[in-house]
Design a protein. Structure first.
Length: 248
C-alpha cells in the first residue's frame, strides 16, 4: 500500500529516483534475486550480446561489406544501434561538414540493412509503439538517402563523376543497387502502412462485436423481463378470476 501511494509521486522524481523505485517495487513483489534478474541493479547498464553484434555490423557495412539481417537475432536491440549510427552521420550533413553524396555512398548499405531488418521484425503489441517509432526514424533517413542517390545519378549524367572502364561498370552496378534500395524502401513503407491499417480495422471490428454483443445482451435481458412481467400478469388475472368465482 505504501509503494502504491509513493507511485503517485513517480512523475516528480528524476531518472535515478524512478529507476530506484521500479527496482524496490519489484523487490517487494518477487524478492531481490528475481528483481535483479529482470531489472538489474539500480543504475546498472546491461547490454545484451546482440548489442555488440550490431556494433560490429555497423563497422563492417561502413567499410563497404553488406550484412544481411538474420532470423533469431534480437532485432529490437539491433535497430537502435544501427539507426543511431545513421543519425549521427547525418549531423555532419546538416552542418555542411559532410557532402550528402559522400554520406549516401558510405551509409546506403547500413540503411538497406535497417529497411530489411524492419521488414522481418514482429513484436508483441505492447512493444509495437517502439517499433513504429523506428519505422518513422528510418523513413525520415530514407528521404535523405533518396535525395543523395538522385544527386549522385545527376552528377554521373553531367559527367561530374568519372566512370572510366571498369569504374563505369562498377557505377552501373551501383545504380542498380540504388534502384533496388529505393524499391525496398517504398515496399517497406507500404507494408508498414498496410499492417497499421489492418490493425486498425481489426480493432474497429472488435469494438463493433463488443457493441453488438452488448446490445444483444440488453435485448435478451429486456425480453426476459417482459416474460416475467407477462407471467406475473397471468398469475394476477387467474387470482382475480378465482376471487370472483368464490364471491359468486
Amino acid at each position: 500500500m505504501l509503494m502504491d501511494q509513493m507511485q503517485q509521486m513517480y512523475s516528480t522524481w528524476d531518472a535515478v529516483g524512478r529507476n530506484n523505485f521500479e527496482y524496490d517495487y519489484l523487490v517487494e513483489l518477487v524478492g531481490a534475486e528475481k528483481a535483479e534478474r529482470y531489472a538489474g541493479k539500480p543504475n546498472e547498464q546491461r547490454l545484451p550480446y546482440d548489442h555488440k553484434i550490431a556494433k560490429l555490423e555497423n563497422f563492417e557495412m561502413l567499410e563497404g561489406d553488406y550484412v544481411d539481417p538474420v532470423d533469431g537475432e534480437n532485432h529490437m536491440v539491433h535497430l537502435p544501434v544501427h539507426i543511431e549510427e545513421l543519425e549521427a552521420g547525418l549531423q555532419g550533413v546538416d552542418e555542411g561538414q559532410i557532402d550528402i553524396m559522400q554520406w549516401t555512398m558510405e551509409h546506403q548499405m547500413l540503411y538497406r540493412h535497417c529497411v530489411a531488418t524492419l521488414e522481418m521484425t514482429t513484436v508483441h503489441e505492447t512493444v509495437q509503439p517502439e517499433l513504429n517509432a523506428y519505422h518513422q526514424r528510418v523513413q525520415q533517413i530514407g528521404e535523405i538517402v533518396v535525395n543523395g542517390l538522385k544527386m549522385i545519378n545527376k552528377a554521373v549524367r553531367d559527367g561530374e563523376m568519372d566512370q572510366p572502364g571498369a569504374e563505369g561498370q562498377e557505377q552501373s552496378e551501383e545504380q542498380k543497387a540504388q534502384q533496388k534500395l529505393q524499391q525496398e524502401m517504398q515496399a517497406s513503407d507500404l507494408k508498414h502502412k498496410q499492417k497499421l491499417q489492418q490493425e486498425f480495422q481489426n480493432h474497429q471490428l472488435k469494438l463493433q462485436m463488443i457493441k453488438e454483443s452488448g446490445q444483444q445482451k440488453m435485448i435478451m435481458q429486456a425480453q426476459d423481463a417482459m416474460g416475467k412481467i407477462a407471467s406475473k400478469d397471468a398469475e394476477v388475472q387467474q387470482r382475480l378470476a378465482r376471487l370472483r368465482a368464490s364471491s359468486i
